[in-house]
Design a binder for this molecule. Sequence first.
Ligand SMILES: [Mg+2]
Length: 298
Amino acid sequence: MSAADLPEKLYFHVDLDAFYASVEQRDNPELRGLPVIVGGDRSGRGVVSACSYEARVFGVHSAMPVAEACRLCSEAVVLPVRMQRYQEVSAKIMALLETHTPVLQQISIDEAFLDMSGTEKLLGPAYDQAVRLKRIIRTEFGLNASIGIANSRYVAKMASDFRKPDGLHEVRPGCEMDFVAQLDLKDIWGLGKKTRVRLNQLGIHTVEELRKLNEHELRGFLGESSGSYLYLACRGIDPGIFSGKSSRHSISTETTFDRDIHDTATLETVLLELCEQVMYRVYKADAYSQTATIKVRT
Ligand SMILES: [Mg+2]
C-alpha cells in the first residue's frame, strides 16, 4: 500500500458546552433557561468554576469571583461544585465516544479528540457523522456538545470553538488558511495573553498582520519555540501541541484570579480541578513524570 492509498487524516474535537452548569441544569430541570453559576456560595467567597450561557450574557465568566458574578447577574443561581457528579457523567460520555472511534484522546473532563481517519467510506461524510454524534449526546445525556472537524487535532480544536455553543464546524482540507484568517488572535489555540500583549506592542492585532512576519522575525520577537509555534499556528498547521510526538518536558496548567483569594475551600477546589486537568493530559499522552510542581503567585 502506498502513501496515496492511506486515508486522509480526519479528527473531531468534541467539547461539551458549559459542562458543569449544563449537568446541573440537566439534573434539575427547574434550572433550565436560568443563569447558573457553579462555584461556591452567594456569600461571595469562591470563584466561578463554570457558568451557563444564560449567565455569560451578563458578562459572567469562569475564574471570576462569585461575588463579582452576582453583582453582574443578581438573579443567578449559585451552586456548589459537584466534581464527583461531573466526573461520573464525563466517564459515561467518554465511553460513548469511544464506541465512535478507534482512537479516543481525552484532554480534559469535557473535551476529547476522536481520530476519525478512514471512517467516511464506512459511515458517510464527516459532517453527517458529527450531526449524528451531537444528536446522540443530546438524547442520551441531555447535553450539548460542540464539534470541530479538521485534518489535524489543532485545527479541529479551534473549529469546535468557532460556533459554540451547540456548534458544528468543518474545516475542509486546504481551507485551513482561510479558516484561521477569520479568527481573533485570542482564539488562536496556545496564543496566550502575554504573547498577545507583545504582539499588540508590535502593532499586530490580526492574523493577517501576524502572517506578514516570517519565522525568523517571529522567533526574534517571541523566542525560538513561541515564534516557531505561532508561525505554524497562524497558518492552520498543527504546531505539534496534540500530536503526542512532541518532546515537551512538562505538562502544566494554571489559572489567575481576578482578586486575592483567602478561602481555603475555594483554593482547594481550584487546585483539584487543575490537578485533574494535568492528570488527564499526562494519562492520555501516555507519559509519566518524576516531579510535580505547584506554583503559587501572590
Ligand atoms: Mg467545554
